[in-house]
Design a protein around this ligand. Structure first.
Ligand code: AHR
Length: 334
């Protein structure tokens, strides 16, 4: 299509060996699937899009991957090349370099951490390949390195969680522990900042805070450590549902009742989390909408058509208490 350049055509021509090397194997360097067709140009009307996903760490991520794979289909005009970075930045950089070598039309990715992207994004820019960020931001002074960033306002999510905590528990001297997301990831940094700013000046105090890497297993392990160390925990703020669900397991194993003896606030609102909220094991959930596939498809088509696109597209999120969760669950998409 319109954006095919000489540079990219040349790159596509020399790409076969590199493409085979990465695409044919599944290893510690991440996995790549899809994209059986030709690469290097959308002159045929098909947009070849290389997507580098963070991993498969949570229910949210599974829903996000499904949304992307269900939307960027051949019927919808896409040849999707998808790779799973297994939560490692080096795997994402390798995947992006492979997409550049293959001469895809568009690269999209959800950066596992915020920093360290300038060099590879410069390479994409030099190759004339537009980049779209989904879900998570990069920390870069050069906004020309990407076309658009589609995702939630993570600071606002943290603020919403913190404001609810203050509304419910201020004046009761609550001691909170925090299960942080992946160290250096935008949602971990922003949700922490938002929550802390909302509880500032209240008598809710964060007595311990550690990463659980956004996974249920690590959330459980970290919560076990918190319970061994502190006998006065009133509240858990988990940066996602999965870590909150891991914390529930740890609290129950310690002979306490989650949602009563220890209150729990999480972020995401995936089905498992919403069920735990409806069951009274979680007290409040701030949504983070993972259904980014349709917006990504629209923006990719607009970019390829040479249209101007919005630099920042903020996804709308809701928040749920127990009653709202019970109401929403029967028709919940993810
Ligand atoms: O970047 C979004 C976050 O990543 C989700 O809240 C979390 O569940 C996922 O792992």
């Amino acid at each position: 299509m319109a954006r095919t350049t000489l540079t990219r055509t040349v790159l596509a021509a020399v790409s076969a060996a590199a493409l085979f090397a990465l695409g044919a194997c599944s290893s510690d360097a991440g996995t790549e699937t899809g994209g059986g067709g030709e690469t290097g140009g959308a002159d045929d009307g098909v947009i070849t899009l290389g997507f580098s996903q963070v991993g498969a760490e949570s229910g949210w991520r599974a829903a996000n991957t499904k949304s992307i794979q269900d939307t960027l289909t051949a019927e919808n005009g896409f040849d999707l090349k998808f790779s799973d970075a297994q939560q490692k930045q080096e795997n994402q950089i390798q995947a992006i370099r492979s997409y550049i070598t293959q001469g895809v039309d568009v690269i999209a990715f959800s950066p596992v951490v915020e920093t360290g992207w300038d060099a590879v994004l410069q390479e994409a820019k030099a190759a004339g390949i537009p980049v779209i960020l989904t879900d998570r931001a990069v920390d870069s002074d050069d906004e020309s390195l990407y076309e658009s960033f589609i995702g939630s306002d993570f600071v606002k999510e943290g603020v919403t969680a913190g404001e609810w905590a203050v509304e419910q528990y201020d004046g009761e001297g609550y001691k909170a522990v925090e299960l942080q997301g992946t160290t250096g990831a935008a949602p971990a940094i922003d949700r922490k900042e938002g929550f802390e700013s909302a509880i500032e000046g209240s008598d809710i105090e964060i007595i311990d805070s550690q990463t659980g890497n956004f996974t249920r297993a690590e959330g459980k392990t970290v919560m076990e450590g918190f319970l061994n160390k502190h006998d006065d925990i009133d509240l858990v703020f988990a940066h996602n549902d999965d870590m909150g669900l891991g914390a529930i397991e740890a609290i129950e194993a310690a002979g306490m009742t989650p949602g009563e003896d220890i209150k729990i606030i999480t972020i995401d609102a995936v089905k498992d989390g919403m069920q735990a909220l409806a069951d009274g094991k979680i007290n409040y959930i701030v949504e983070c909408n993972p259904l980014l596939g349709p917006d990504l498809a629209d923006i990719a088509k607009a970019v390829i058509a040479g249209e101007e696109v919005e630099k920042r597209i903020v996804v709308k999120d809701e928040a749920f208490d127990q009653e709202a969760a019970k109401e929403a669950l029967p028709t919940r998409e993810y």
